[in-house]
Write a new protein. Structure first.
Length: 182
């Protein structure tokens, strides 16, 4: 294990990727082992609104939820050394990606539709997947989103079959390489 706990990032790390790509698990691990503050965008929005994601979608629609995401990203700009677990759709708006890049590096977590399906199949707090929990739907939506995910990413990590610790080590190592190149 690399000794990175002393390292403090002068920017934020934004984890992006499809629902169930492991953003929350990785941000938990990074905050615990690398002494970083952690923010879950979905969770923060739920707390601020006093409603679940499904309730927000039902009551106000997706556009309203997307605006909440944009506002939250703007608020995060005066922080650093924070790992931010984004919602799966956050980078679909170009403005959101612009806001992230103002003070952050964007890390894309990839997983196969089969892995995603296994991770999301028992949960009911993802309105876009309700009634659509199958690998064909997941794969289609992932392909639709792929260009925007890839365009947003400063670096990409394939997570299939890898342990959380190994993913985090790879992530930190790649970020340090990126810093050296700047
Ligand atoms: C969404 C992903 C969800 C949540 C909302 C919409 C999406 O977050 O923000 O249900 O559009 O992909 P997770 O990726 O954390 O599940």
């Amino acid at each position: 294990m690399m000794q990175q706990t002393e390292h403090s990032f002068s920017y934020n790390i934004f984890l992006i990727g499809f629902m169930g790509s492991g953003k929350s698990t990785i941000s938990d691990y990074l905050s615990e082992h690398y002494a970083m503050e952690k923010i879950e965008m979905d969770q923060t929005i739920v707390q601020n609104e006093g409603m679940s994601i499904s309730e927000i979608f039902d009551a106000h629609g997706e556009e309203y939820f997307r605006n909440l995401e944009t506002n939250l990203l703007i608020q995060l700009q005066n922080k650093k050394n924070v790992v931010i677990s984004c919602g799966g759709g956050t980078p679909m708006r170009e403005n959101n990606v612009r806001q992230m890049k103002k003070n952050g590096k964007v890390v894309l977590l990839m997983a196969s539709p089969e892995t995603i399906y296994e991770r999301v199949k028992d949960s009911h707090d993802r309105p876009l997947l309700e009634g659509n929990k199958n690998t064909a739907f997941i794969s289609d939506l992932m392909e639709q989103r792929r260009p925007k995910y890839e365009a947003a990413a400063d670096l990409t990590i394939q997570t299939d079959g890898k342990e959380c610790a190994a993913i985090c080590e790879e992530l930190i190592q790649k970020l340090m390489e990126l810093e050296k190149r700047l």
